[in-house]
Design a protein around this ligand. Structure first.
Ligand code: ZN
Length: 350
């Protein structure tokens, strides 16, 4: 099969398209999928450039998200059969430890992500456990059927944003939610989920074009963070109350402003640190205003079932920025590295 691989850590010159063996079913609950599309995440750039503590065996296939057709299944697989159109939940856990037993799969001691710790989706065939596969639902009229690109773009960011807003921050109707950098996959998905929950959403970007899209996706207020003091604007928009929830994945560049924008009983929920992880917290604000800082990564099987159900109802829909042919996978990475995208970047095999 053809596979897009990283030959080593470094820049985009480390990307290559090579011939690789088709993976085989090893366990009785494994599913072999013929891939139609894969979606990129910022994680793929981290894996390319090298993450402290992450050891990667080269050549390494990146890509966490994917969708395709079931080609073969192990002897105990009951939920899908060859020919089914499926998408992949990229978080693989052991399904045996105390965290898995408690339904907390992303806290599993062996939790690993496709494309990061395991071979990823940027290839023509992939094997994943049955627990990580979901049939692509068909939304009701008037919603169009999901394209392969949309199905591939769905899982990682939707699961991440869902856990952040629903399970962790428990956003309630009417609450004020501030979301930084609305062009990113998690942020644009968080916007849609926050609106689904009935929140009042303030979205930021340094690009007025992206802010226009954010408005069309339902953002109540958009702020250009390159031109404005965001905490000050949030305070003035909320009658000095501040935001109830801040969605963080930026880290050093925004952390201090996030805390200043947060009101009494505010919850800051973070899933990333794209500009750096060593943030500074004035803890006096945190205790004085009874605030909570929450961490979140991916989600569990129940949360995944719930977002797939909402996808099937047409209430969630992934936002695709651009789709590239498999032979142009490098261009997809270039677009990701430029940071100009609004939504997900997809590579299509079919
Ligand atoms: Zn486990």
């Amino acid at each position: 099969m053809k596979a897009c691989v990283l030959r080593g850590h470094g820049d985009l010159d480390q990307l290559a398209i090579v011939e690789a063996p088709v993976p085989v079913l090893k366990r009785d609950r494994d599913v072999l999928i013929r891939s139609h599309a894969a979606a990129l995440n910022h994680l793929d750039l981290w894996t390319l450039r090298g993450l402290p503590g992450l050891s990667v065996k080269f050549p390494h296939i990146p890509g966490a998200d994917g969708a395709g057709v079931v080609e073969a299944v192990g002897s105990s697989v009951a939920s899908v059969t060859p020919g089914d159109r499926v998408m992949i939940n990229p978080g693989v856990s052991c399904y045996r430890c105390e965290y898995c037993d408690a339904g907390e799969h992303s806290l599993c001691v062996q939790y690993r992500l496709l494309g990061e710790h395991l071979p990823g989706t940027l290839c023509e065939f992939i094997v994943v456990p049955e627990q990580n596969v979901a049939a692509i639902p068909t939304p009701p009229d008037p919603h169009p059927e999901l394209t392969w690109a949309e199905a591939a773009a769905f899982s990682l960011v939707t699961l991440t944003a869902w856990r952040m807003l629903v399970t962790r921050a428990q956003v309630r109707p009417g609450e004020v939610v501030l979301i930084w950098g609305i062009g990113g996959g998690v942020s644009s998905t968080a916007l849609r989920i926050a609106k689904l929950l009935g929140a009042y959403v303030i979205a930021t970007s340094s690009s007025d074009d992206k802010l226009d899209v954010a408005r069309s996706l339902g953002a109540d207020v958009v702020l250009n963070h390159a031109q404005m003091d965001v905490p000050k604007e949030v305070r003035s928009l909320t009658g000095k109350r501040g935001a109830d929830v801040v969605v963080e994945n930026v880290g050093e560049a925004t952390w201090e402003q996030s805390l200043r924008a947060l009101g009494r009983h505010g919850r800051l929920v973070t899933c990333g640190a794209t500009t750096g992880a060593k943030v500074v917290t004035d803890v006096r604000r945190v205790f004085w205003y009874h605030q909570t800082i929450m961490g979140s990564t991916m989600g569990n099987a129940a949360e995944y079932r719930e977002i797939v159900r909402l996808l099937g109802q047409g209430r969630l829909r992934p936002l695709v920025d651009a789709s590239f042919r498999f032979d142009d996978a490098r261009r997809a990475f270039e677009r990701l590295a430029e940071g100009k995208q609004m939504g997900k970047i997809v590579v299509e095999m079919s």
